[in-house]
Design a protein around this ligand. Structure first.
Ligand code: SF4
Ligand code: SF4
Length: 298
């Protein structure tokens, strides 16, 4: 059933290149998939997925992968070295959602690059949960690394998902309304990807406050509270082929996974709810379960 639904969504996403093909532009649509950064993102997502499927993920490997994603897309990408040009940040994952609205409002066609990257991220999410957000995004990786800085437990909090998702959704709706009335993007004030330009500007105060300062106390606050791509991949992950699933027979309801996991998602997995908060496929809940009751599987 899930595969059928995922297949339908994949079909809808693939309808875009089909239309482009009709116009003889199929090669243009897939050209961005040959960029170094797209291949590397796919490779990181694949390695993460394999580690989860084979139950070989642990905190050390997760840390190494997050450091790799951050260094590749957040540090090497800005160095003036020809070899790293293919890793360039533009368009950032957030811009993939944000900029098309600005183009449409300006009466211009949305560049095919945005549609292509949108489909790429969508396909990764359909196949393997939030493997794009969880294994390749440099701002996601940065927040995850910051959250690992040891603080007293009482200082680290989980925002109720109904609150964080309401903020993220309302922000998106207000963004769309403001774009089409004024042509201005509210995301410019909160875009944490601007941090990766490594140049100080006052517009960085809010993103730094949310992603870096907030990231000390809350797991991936920028993803849960702001990122429009996070909102899109959250919707899509509900029909992902691979996800964290509970083996009800094996579970002893000890709640160790709830206690140890950084996200607000595990209680919904234990309750086997259809709708659940974002899972960034970090593998913590799977690793800590003493009964092997949680698995990343179809
Ligand atoms: S840690 Fe494992 S056994 Fe305990 S509640 Fe979570 S899934 Fe169930
Ligand atoms: S701990 Fe949370 S984010 Fe990590 S795999 Fe489990 S449900 Fe997903």
């Amino acid at each position: 059933m899930k595969i059928t639904r995922a297949g339908m969504i994949a079909f809808i996403l693939m309808a875009v290149p089909a239309v482009e093909a009709a116009e003889g532009r199929l090669s243009l649509f897939f050209a961005p998939w040959q960029l170094t950064k797209v291949w590397l993102a796919a490779a990181l997502a694949l390695v993460g997925t394999l580690l989860l499927l084979t139950r070989r993920l642990n905190a050390r490997r997760r840390f190494a992968m997050m450091a790799l994603a951050f260094i590749a897309f957040g540090v090497l990408s800005v160095l003036p070295v020809n070899a790293f040009r293919g890793l360039g940040l533009h368009p950032s994952p957030m811009c993939v959602i944000e900029k098309p609205f600005l183009f449409v409002n300006a009466g211009r066609a949305v560049p095919i690059l945005f549609l292509s990257l949108f489909a790429f991220i969508g396909l990764l999410t359909l196949l393997s949960n939030k493997s794009f957000c969880g294994w390749t995004c440099p701002i996601g990786a940065l927040q995850e690394l910051i959250y690992k800085i040891p603080l007293p437990n009482r200082l680290q909090r989980k925002i109720p998902f109904v609150v964080s998702n309401s903020i993220r959704s309302i922000f998106f709706i207000v963004f769309v309304a403001v774009v089409f009335t004024t042509g201005f993007s509210l995301y410019e004030y909160v875009n944490a990807f601007h941090i990766l330009h490594w140049q100080w500007q006052w517009q960085l105060i809010i993103p730094i406050g949310i992603a870096i300062i907030g990231g000390l106390f809350i797991y991936r606050p920028f993803c849960y509270l702001i990122c429009p791509l996070g909102l899109f991949t959250w919707l899509l992950e509900h029909v992902s082929v691979l996800r964290v699933k509970l083996d009800k027979e094996a579970c002893t309801d000890c709640k160790l996974c709830v206690k140890k996991s950084p996200c607000p998602t595990v209680p919904a997995i234990l309750a086997m709810k259809k709708s659940r908060p974002d899972c960034h496929a970090c593998g913590v809940c799977i690793e800590v379960c003493p009964e092997d009751a949680l698995k990343f599987r179809v």
